[in-house]
Design a binder for this molecule. Structure first.
Ligand code: ADP
Length: 467
């Protein structure tokens, strides 16, 4: 099958969060299963594009209120394990960021250029797989726009990585979408706005979310799309994300201080912890809790300053936080440093290398998320022998079993300061049972969350909609 993933992010080219990780791994695993899976993404102005060479394979012109030239580029020396086709729309997409607050025109241009290119290929795709609202208009355009009639029989799939963001815009801009039978405009609409995610859900042949539990949750909490997801539930399915076990492998990870395997996990983690604690002025004798993520309400970030403040006074643990987002939370976290010298520190910003180091160095990873469609952090933590401490929500419910239930992690029920601090207390106690704690590390590292199984599940799904 010829599969094209269309996405705003793809690791290692451009990553903001889990979407980048998924799109940078799934095609590789699908190719390993004998399929031909590629990615179409925007050409951004970033470190990756500045340090690699590209080849022009197609040029065209699109209409977005006015004519606009676009190019399709590929990598000259590609060692990613899958082909990537870059959509270059010079003044719109070629920016030093992935997302901004004014993205309607950018991602419309991206989607139109991607389809303009796909529709003129000698062999049309067998599957077009869209990811999140930035590509949500593609299933509509493939099925409704006159220009893309040749793609009408091509099955489209949309994966909801995060249902909170839907990309809505005013009907005043609907003329920017290539011509279609205006009687079908209702397919674009949700609550009197053009809603790309809703349009994707209505028009794609299959809708997936990144975990089974999140699929169920969306029927009750989907930022306004609950009813739609309930009525379209016959074509919806939750498929748990995997992790790229080549990129996330403590044995070979070039970002960490000391590589380790299940056999050498104790000395390996101790060396990484010692290094990180030294860099951040923390006490390596105490259990180390880390948080890695976007500082937004969905991740429970607003609770973090209060959680840390309460937990740290016990002086029985250390905390290291890596993340950026809400300014107020960033400031609150920064000010904690002075009150808890030697016990608390943070790095405000995005740092891929440091994230790997923290998974390797930490004893516990905190995820007090209010919403977690799948969550990759907890799976990386398991692979690096780090105990996930998670709220019982979304994909965290599908991947973390509590130690109290013959599992390996710590779960709390509710994203509240009290619940999380209590869970951290359980963690400190668990850390004290040295033998059990060590055995648990080895157990966690054996859990297989690689993409092998889920990549097959996606292939089966594609096969089920082939004509
Ligand atoms: P989401 O996509 O909602 O942000 P996921 O758990 O699916 O959450 O994926 C988050 C990904 O982003 C992980 O790979 C995590 O390590 C990474 N990440 C998040 N924040 C940072 C940061 N500040 N620095 C480095 N990596 C980060």
């Amino acid at each position: 099958m010829t599969i094209y993933h269309i996405s705003a992010e793809c690791f290692p080219i451009a990553k903001v969060g889990g979407l980048g990780d998924v799109v940078g791994a799934l095609p590789k695993y699908q190719n390993a299963l004998g399929e031909s899976s590629s990615v179409i993404m925007p050409f951004y102005d970033n470190k990756y594009t500045r340090t690699h060479e590209f080849e022009l394979i197609h040029s065209g012109r699109l209409q977005l209120g006015m004519p606009m030239d676009y190019n399709i580029l590929t990598l000259k020396n590609n060692d990613l394990g899958f082909n990537v086709y870059f959509v270059d729309v010079p003044y719109l997409l070629y920016k030093d960021y992935v997302y901004s607050s004014n993205d309607t025109g950018r991602f419309l241009a991206f989607q139109i250029a991607a389809l303009n290119w796909l529709v003129q290929l000698e062999k049309v795709p067998d599957i077009v797989h869209c990811h999140d609202h930035h590509t949500g208009l593609i299933p509509f355009m493939m099925s409704q726009c006159y220009a893309y009639q040749r793609l009408r029989q091509t099955p489209s799939v949309i994966t909801i990585h995060n249902g909170q963001y839907q990309g809505w815009f005013s009907h005043d801009l609907v003329h920017l979408i290539p011509p279609f039978d205006f009687g079908k405009v209702g397919l674009l609409d949700w609550n009197k706005l053009v809603n790309p995610l809703a349009a994707g859900i209505k028009c794609a042949w299959k809708v997936t979310t990144v975990s089974p539990s999140y699929m169920n949750e969306l029927k009750y909490a989907a930022n306004g799309l609950e009813h739609l997801l309930r009525t379209e539930s016959h074509k919806c399915v939750g498929i748990l994300n995997g992790i790229d076990s080549e990129v996330w492998n403590p044995k070979t990870d070039t970002y960490i201080e000391k590589n380790y395997t299940i056999k050498s996990v104790e000395s390996g983690k101790a060396a990484n912890k010692a290094w990180v604690c030294q860099q951040f002025g923390l006490n390596p004798e105490l259990p180390l809790f880390v948080f890695i993520g976007r500082l937004v309400g969905e991740k429970g970030a607003d609770l973090l300053p209060y959680i840390f403040e309460e937990a740290l006074w016990s002086r029985k643990l250390c905390v290291l936080m890596l993340g950026s987002g809400d300014n107020r939370v960033e400031n609150q976290l920064e000010s904690l440093k002075h009150a808890h010298v030697g016990y608390y520190n943070n790095y405000i910003g995005y740092n891929e290398k440091l994230s790997h180091l923290l998974y390797a160095a930490a004893d516990f990873l905190l995820m007090p998320s209010r919403v977690e469609p799948c969550g990759l952090n907890q799976m990386y933590a398991l692979r690096y022998g780090t105990v996930p401490v998670v709220n019982s929500v979304g994909g965290l419910m599908d991947t973390v079993i509590d130690v109290g239930e013959n599992g390996f992690g710590i779960r709390h029920s509710g994203p509240t300061v009290h619940e999380v601090v209590h869970a951290m207390g359980r963690g400190v106690a668990f850390y004290g049972y040295k033998d059990h704690f060590k055995k648990n590390r080895r157990l966690m590292m054996q859990i297989d969350h690689s993409w092998d199984t889920s990549a097959k599940t996606y292939i089966n799904l594609y096969q089920s909609i082939q004509l």
